[in-house]
Design a binder for this molecule. Sequence first.
Ligand SMILES: Cc1cc2nc3c(=O)[nH]c(=O)nc-3n(C[C@H](O)[C@H](O)[C@H](O)COP(=O)(O)OP(=O)(O)OC[C@H]3O[C@@H](n4cnc5c(N)ncnc54)[C@H](O)[C@@H]3O)c2cc1C
Length: 384
Amino acid sequence: MRIVIVGAGPVGCFTARLLEQAGFHPILLEEHNEVGKPVQCAGIVSTDIIALMRPFISDGAIINTINNFSINTPWQESFSINKDGVAAILNREKFDTCLGEGLEIHLGETVTSIEQNTKGYLLRTAQGKEYETDILIGADGVDSIVREYFLKRNNHKRESRNFELAYYYGLQYQIRLKDSKQQLSPDTVQVFFDDTIPFFIWIVPENEYLLRLGVVADHGKKVLDEFIKEKGIEGKIEEVITGKIPIGFISTSADGIALVGDAACQMKPLTGGGLSFGLRSAQILADCINEGNLDRYDGRWKKQFGPEIRFGIRARKIYENLEEYQRAELFQIFKKNAPFIEQIVDFDTHSGLFREAFQKPSILLDAGKLLRPYLTDLAKEFFK
Ligand SMILES: Cc1cc2nc3c(=O)[nH]c(=O)nc-3n(C[C@H](O)[C@H](O)[C@H](O)COP(=O)(O)OP(=O)(O)OC[C@H]3O[C@@H](n4cnc5c(N)ncnc54)[C@H](O)[C@@H]3O)c2cc1C
């Protein structure tokens, strides 16, 4: 059976690796001339994902381990969530290249058109090549051409206005600190919330002197430049990366086509992390193909991650609409309950924490007043 995967990012490569293991020989088409570049990622993943990917990556792909998250807001003293080994920091370029090793990747091939013919799907590239395939996998990221074709072809009806596809814009600087006085705590990720940005500013340490400072916001450069000034960060910006984050809930398989990773919006809506659900969905996709049951892929991955994504989308909308004083109250509740959060929190799934929290009378009392208008909405995902 012919399988073409558009996109040799981590999710496309991982899907291909699993298919190779199952005896298939997929071909990957990648528009860039090398795998792993450009990097568009802060590189933070759960240690569960590291465990899953261990057999496929070398030590150099993991550059740091995180034990603490420091939560900062303008409304209160910062507080920490401590959990040993909760996350790891990746060298994304190495991570992606490890996953791509040994695969048939046609580099420098940009897919520009897709059509169905009697033999399957015909793909044409900007470089003048044609590829035919029985199964077409779109692992081509946030601006997926396969998704565009697939959704148009299937006359995609959005599942509901609540889950409409939205894009957020990320910007990140890699900064080498100037002197040792500014030394970072290398096992702590710092996040900074305020009332003007939909996500948060992050400081992800690569080591004591090298950090990734990023934000997801429309006016990211202004936010980061002001942040650097305000915090007195002195250092050299060694790299600037930009990227888009797709948040939505869409159809992802039918008629020999499947979408996976960012192309399928397999994203944590509250944090913008895409590797966890994308890589795990790649496993589900490879299993479905191996079982000769591609059409079941959409239902299967959604059974596992759908409630989490839908919850995250609803929670994100609520958060974005809170007034400043409400955000301040919310973080007050988080701070007061930091020890409880430490016990329950899971890096990849957030709905469990809220579900548990709402069963604690003291938290319900504090949060109830603030979140009462939204409780019915959130409960729809909790109790599905
Ligand atoms: C600023 C920022 C920070 C982030 N930080 C994190 C983080 O800390 N942790 C986390 O889990 N996630 C993070 N993410 C998200 C994460 O980077 C993505 O979820 C992840 O890269 C998705 O992998 P993918 O393989 O699905 O897509 P991609 O990595 O986007 O790979 C898609 C590939 O398809 C290729 N392609 C696209 N179109 C075509 C075409 N027409 N023809 C041929 N090839 C094509 C592209 O060149 C690319 O190589 C971040 C995103 C941004 C923007």
